[in-house]
Design a protein around this ligand. Structure first.
Ligand code: DAH
Length: 357
């Protein structure tokens, strides 16, 4: 009697199951697939040997072998699925964005944080100096009518003084009636009008803001720049008060060794008018190229309010008097930090900007 080729079938099946369970990775299992359930598997060899059986035995043996194959294939499929799941979990774990770690990194690393630009910082410092002297801070529009920017400031149309300001006109209404303000002085008019309407004179205010002139930028000028305007209207205000405010401001902002001086000048909205100069911060008064060897640098203009301005806004000049001043914020930053070329303020070069954090 010949032994059935399937005599050892259950042993083969349990060996194949062990081999499947022994695969630790999906890769290993798939490499083994051909030996476990593929062409080179013992099951395929047995399948071929069934041909040698007597026809009456063949059917049973075939069914038995088929059952064994299904069992092994089922175990193989399960193992494969579980190894695939494990591999996916590993991949997901590797990809995971651990927010806990990110937070730790933010605390640990010195991340770059922005800071106000040098002009904005200078404006705040100037405001602080004037607030400490008792001034309030006010704001005005950057787009003005001709009346606020010129006429109410005693600069009628066609007045030769208009040549002092190269003006950008806004294409609105009648030609040349709306302008980008060329200075912060029109904000004086808004403040005076409001105070007259509300009956809230006196005024002690500074008005910082952006101004525009049709100028080609150079080392000391920008087409869009910043000024700070000052306005004091009260009873019994004299030129000495003006000079005192300018000198106090100069020491407070530039330091004890920098002083101010006023030189006669002309502005249509002040009478008398003066140019306000400070000791050159580059040479500290000794004389250099920046100050044309004079030891002084012009910062802005000032003067006693002209009666024509009082008349334009309806202030009684017999009861009230006042002074005004206006100077460049960018120019202050340039002087205080000795910036050779003002165009650096608008170049957006971080190596320059970083110096003023
Ligand atoms: N607005 C003038 C300018 O930009 C500067 C100025 C001069 C302002 C005299 C004043 C002033 O308030 O009184 O050229």
């Amino acid at each position: 009697m010949t032994t059935s080729p399937l005599a050892e079938l259950s042993t083969h099946v349990s060996q194949l199951r062990d081999r499947i369970d022994g695969a630790q990775t999906l890769e290993q299992l798939l490499e083994d697939e051909v030996f476990i359930i593929g062409k080179r598997s013992i099951l395929s060899t047995l399948q071929k040997s069934l041909g040698a059986l007597a026809p009456e035995d063949r059917k049973d043996a075939g069914a038995q072998l088929q059952g064994a194959r299904r069992e092994v294939e089922g175990v193989f499929a399960q193992r494969r699925a579980s190894l695939e799941r494990a591999q996916r979990a590993l991949a997901i774990e590797a990809d995971r964005l651990d927010l806990g770690d990110v937070v730790v990194a933010q605390v640990a690393l010195p991340l770059a944080v922005g800071h106000p630009g040098i002009v904005a910082a200078t404006q705040r410092q100037l405001e602080d100096v004037f607030v400490a002297m008792g001034f309030t801070v006010a704001d005005g529009p950057e787009v003005e009518s001709d009346w606020y920017n010129f006429e109410a400031l005693n600069i009628p149309p066609a007045h030769p003084a208009r040549g002092m300001w190269d003006t950008f006109y806004v294409d609105l209404g009648e030609p040349e009636t709306v302008v980008l303000r060329t200075h912060t002085s029109p904000t004086q008019i808004h403040l005076l009008e409001d105070a007259v309407a509300a009956g809230t004179l006196p005024i002690h205010s500074v008005m910082p803001g952006r101004c525009y002139r049709r100028d080609t930028p150079d080392a000391r000028h920008l087409a869009a720049f910043h000024q700070i305007e000052g306005l004091v209207v009260d009873r019994g205000i004299t030129f000495a008060d003006l000079a005192g405010v300018i000198e106090t401001f100069t020491h407070a902002y530039f330091g004890a060794d920098i002083s101010s001086r006023l030189r006669p000048a002309y502005f249509p909205f002040t009478e008398p008018s003066a140019e306000f100069e400070i000791t050159c911060t580059i040479c500290r008064g000794a004389g250099c190229r920046t100050c044309s060897q004079t030891g002084w640098i012009e910062l802005g203009g000032c003067g006693m309010l002209d009666p024509a301005v009082f008349a334009a806004v309806g202030v009684d000049g017999r009861e009230w008097s006042g002074f005004a001043f206006g100077f460049g914020i960018d120019r202050c930053a340039q002087m205080r930090h000795q910036i050779a070329d003002m165009r650096a303020l608008i170049d957006n070069d971080v190596r320059f900007l970083r110096q003023f954090s």
